[in-house]
Ligand binder design. Sequence first.
Ligand code: SF4
Length: 387
Amino acid sequence: MRRFLILLFVTLLMGLTSHPYFVVVGGGIPRTGATPKAKEIVPAKAMYWKPLAKGLVRCELCPRKCLIPLGKRGYCKVRENRGGRLYTMVCDLPCAVHADPIEKKPLFHVLPGTKSFSIATAGCNLGCRFCQNWTISQYPPEQTNNYYLPPKDVVEMAKRSNCPSIAYTYTEPTVFYEYMLETARLAKESGIMNVMHSAGYINEEPLREICKYLDAANIDLKAFTERFYGELCDATLEPVLNTLKILKEEGVHTEITNLIIPTKNDSPEEIKKMCKWIVKNLGKEVPIHFSRFSPQYRMRNLSPTPVKTLEMAEKIAREEGLRYVYIGNVPGHRGENTYCPNCNRLLIQRMGFHVLGNHVVEGGCKYCKAKISGVWKMRTDANKGRE
Ligand code: SF4
């Protein structure tokens, strides 16, 4: 009975706080109404683009490489050609501001139990039919409720709310790249870590630049077929795999989320192929989260993922050698916990986004001392990539 009541409480809490516009009151974070509302959109110079003939520009931020005519915007709805120059329309204008448990990103191997100051702007460079945040990701900034929050204020609010990290999340940080980059740079100077939850659809040059300031990333590996990416996301798989390899090269702690959607990407063969690729290219230490789909946006006709499908994926991943395999969006499931890959003892016990116990000591298992991959203390550039 007690367990049932805890589960009910946590589920209700998760439902409430998972809304991207929900701004937590307390811990120094202003009420929604006290955060300055943006009065207008002020274009800022965009990075990574080339001018072409007749006023056309080509955006080179993401693999889409939009050709943008005068007065028009790219696919993401936030980068605009004004007079033959490219501008971003979302600098300093987040539409979601929230202090989240870092477990919600999900990042299970990064300072467990801490809060991450999370921001997002309007727009996305993918068009996933199952998007959970489509009311902000699939709209231009003119149609979202924005705040005016320049980078220095984001850092200040993160400090005041005792968040050791800032998360670029909810929509797609690639499309608010300039805002993320400047915030991340200032955060680093102030000793605050930077984490990102992204679809990983970004070109190599901007990715390597942001990696200088990134401590951790969770990348959505939405499926392991070009067909899925083409039909359901308007995107391609290969650049996402490239992003994962670059993050590894750059020493950014990386976790992977794979949202399993019934009949779309849930075949054992596909999951096995994906896990083999991860082990071969990234190693066995990469945490993977198999997450439960719930009907959303333009995919309301499907049922939620059966828990046994997630358990099947978990089993395959472990058989392929992955050491940290999680089941997400099933509060109370044992697949939320971290177990030592050496002695199998329970190391981090979770309920939803809440940490109930943590037995990782100085980056290792409290019982057998085996090293546990992750970021367990505040990072400096000196220890980046060496945990
Ligand atoms: S970031 Fe936006 S404008 Fe640039 S290529 Fe990608 S979708 Fe197009």
